[in-house]
Design a protein around this ligand. Structure first.
Ligand code: AGP
Length: 603
């Protein structure tokens, strides 16, 4: 979704705002804009397209202002145009918004009837017009924010700047928002994500829903005030030191963040195993020893949902505990049956995905314990969960999730072994080490996957198939290819093909079959069926398996030995590379694929 930032302080706000927006651009890159107070006038500079377009304009004009707000957009309401770009402003206020004002249309109708005008087709501008209406009535900014915020519905976060002062204001409901403070430099900050404030604000605050934040910078201090909507002082916020580090945000020697994040996996797999089995993470994992839930509800979206499907197999096959896996946007409106003692397990890289958070709320309302497998410490999911299992992937910047998937599934596997009480089984640690080595070997042979990509990247459609524990991997492989190569790709259970999808097969369609040593014969016959219809066959399968290798137009031999539980995570890395090379050959924007955003904070 959108990225929002604000700055007030002695230095030129353009610097921290643009740096903040560039770190938040993974959230949306349809347009970008900034509002600065220059000569006591609110000046808005905005441009459709990537942040570079805005930087180019600012580069020429080099404006200076102590106060400003900025935005990078993922369009929800109103086409991708400069008029619909944020900030939205007038002579009194300027506003940036992340989220959706669900009742914008009816509010806009009433405001138009009262004679107010609008310059854009966005829902966001409704908040600006409401603010202005109430300010004209009260002359009081806090009152106006409260009145306007009380009228809107939906998940939203706003940052507001005004002509009347250098203060920064912010307020949110079910959308990520963090306020930052640098006492030493007398600076106040606001952002959608603490990551944008790393190196700027050592002190950060997470306000709760409906808490108005006011950043006030004076000649010798900076304070952040918090108010309830009735403007009484509020204590509904969480303070913490900003412990995130910046070292993980450069691409290093890699051309893309996605490629860097794929290559980070061997070391991260080792680090996670050491953290949870040998070091400080063991304490939290040991709380699961002998834990038996009558039922688990694993709920997530996209790639995280696929990780849930992998974890289901562990909980059911190793712990014999029922684990239902649901797509969050379906679960939240399906009135799911939630029984006492069951557990909601929410999987999310960002910890801010609106549908997943709504499912957590639903479970909490029903008195169900909520656990999370999450990457972002301090995220809303993290703060609202009864138990958190961090995946320690570091910042994942590539919009197409790679390392987070592997570490989400691995964390679920470690939870399963913890419940089974076998964390000290030496075979466990050695299997994880072997996984790390095998992924390392794949990283070293990435070029061989490139050769396969060169054979198939021009093809019209791709069908990924897998059986049993490889079915989720077929789904994930297809999703990665869709996300970054913009080709039509579907994932299917191999046994399902003949019940319909096989009708798609002809010489323009590539079937990428994920074949493990288990159920090999079964899958061989599926490969035969596709070959019989002249489909192009790419098989990711066990090395030294001539019985299936000869059937394939391209064969990706993998060594499954010693990976009885973790081979799906290994195979998936091969599909990550395949998608990467196909996208590279197609010349798409791999790190910021069109129409996507890294963290989906609206429904
Ligand atoms: C994956 O590559 C996508 N970025 C997307 O499917 C993602 O997995 C989904 O939006 C869930 O995000 P989360 O893990 O941050 O909740």
């Amino acid at each position: 979704m959108c990225g929002i930032v604000g700055y007030s302080g002695p230095q030129n706000s353009v610097g921290p705002i643009i740096e903040g927006l560039s770190r938040l651009e993974y959230r949306g890159y349809d347009s970008a804009g900034i509002c600065l107070k220059i000569n006591n006038e609110l000046q808005i500079i905005k441009k459709e397209g990537k942040l570079d377009n805005l930087k180019a304009i600012l580069g020429e004009s080099r404006p200076f202002s102590n106060t400003g707000i900025g935005h990078t957009r993922w369009a929800t309401h109103g086409a991708v145009t400069t008029d619909n770009a944020h900030p939205h402003g007038n002579e009194i206020f300027a506003v940036v918004h992340n989220g959706i004002i669900e009742n914008a249309q009816s509010l806009k109708k009433d405001l138009l009837a009262e004679g107010f005008q609008f310059k854009s087709q966005t829902d966001s501008e409704v908040f600006l017009v409401l603010l202005t209406k109430f300010y004209k009535q009260t002359g009081n900014t806090l009152q106006s924010i409260s009145k306007a915020f009380n009228l809107i519905t939906g998940n939203s976060a706003f940052v507001i700047t005004e002509k009347a002062s250098d203060k920064l204001y912010a307020v949110k409901r079910s959308a990520p928002l963090v306020v930052g403070e640098n006492k030493e430099n007398r600076e106040a900050f606001v952002s959608s994500d603490p990551f944008a404030l790393v190196g700027f604000a050592p002190r950060i605050y997470f306000p709760q829903d409906g808490v108005i934040c006011e950043g006030v910078v004076t000649a010798n201090d900076v304070t952040v005030n918090f108010y309830e909507l009735d403007l009484t002082p509020s204590s509904r916020y969480k303070f913490q030191a900003n412990s995130m580090s910046m070292d993980s945000t450069s691409k290093g020697p890699y051309e893309h963040y996605m490629l860097k994040e794929i290559h980070e996996q061997p070391a991260l797999v080792d680090k996670l195993a050491a953290f949870y089995i040998k070091n400080e993470g063991r304490k939290e994992l040991d709380t699961l020893k002998g834990f038996k839930a009558p039922g688990w509800h694993l709920t997530a979206c996209g790639t995280a949902w696929h990780a849930g499907l992998v974890i289901k197999n562990y909980f059911e096959q190793i712990n014999r505990q029922r684990a239902d896996v649901d797509i969050a946007s379906e679960f939240r409106y399906r009135e799911p049956i939630l029984n006492k003692g069951e557990v909601g397990l929410f999987i999310s890289q960002s910890g801010e995905t609106a549908d997943t958070l709504a499912c957590q709320e639903l479970c909490k309302e029903k008195g169900i314990e909520t656990f999370s497998i999450v990457n972002t410490e301090g995220s809303t999911l993290f703060r609202n969960s009864d138990k958190n299992f961090l995946i320690h992937a570091g910042v994942e910047i590539g919009v197409a999730s790679t390392k987070a998937f592997t570490l989400q599934a691995l964390t679920g596997y470690l939870m399963s072994r913890a419940m089974e009480g076998t964390l000290d089984d030496p075979k466990l640690f050695s299997e994880i080490q072997l996984l790390s080595n095998r992924i390392g070997e794949l990283c070293a042979q990435s070029d061989s996957l490139k050769e396969v990509a060169e054979k198939i990247y021009t093809k019209k459609g791709f069908i990924f198939t897998g059986r049993g524990k490889y079915f989720p991997i077929a789904l994930e492989g297809a999703l990665k290819l869709k996300e970054i190569a913009y080709v039509h790709a579907e994932g299917y259970a191999a046994g399902e093909l003949k019940h319909g999808p096989i009708a798609l097969i002809d010489e323009s369609i590539v079937n990428i079959a994920v074949v493990g040593p288990e159920l090999l014969e079964k899958t061989v016959s599926n490969v035969e069926e596709v070959k019989a219809r002249r489909g192009i066959m790419v098989v990711v399968g066990p090395k030294d398996s001539p019985e299936i290798e000869h059937l394939a137009d391209a064969y990706i031999p993998l060594d499954f030995n010693g990976l009885p539980n973790l081979s799906p995570l290994y195979v998936n890395v091969a599909l990550q590379f395949l998608a990467y090379h196909i996208a590279k050959l197609k010349g798409t924007d791999i790190d910021k694929p069109r129409n996507l955003a890294k963290s989906v904070t609206v429904e």
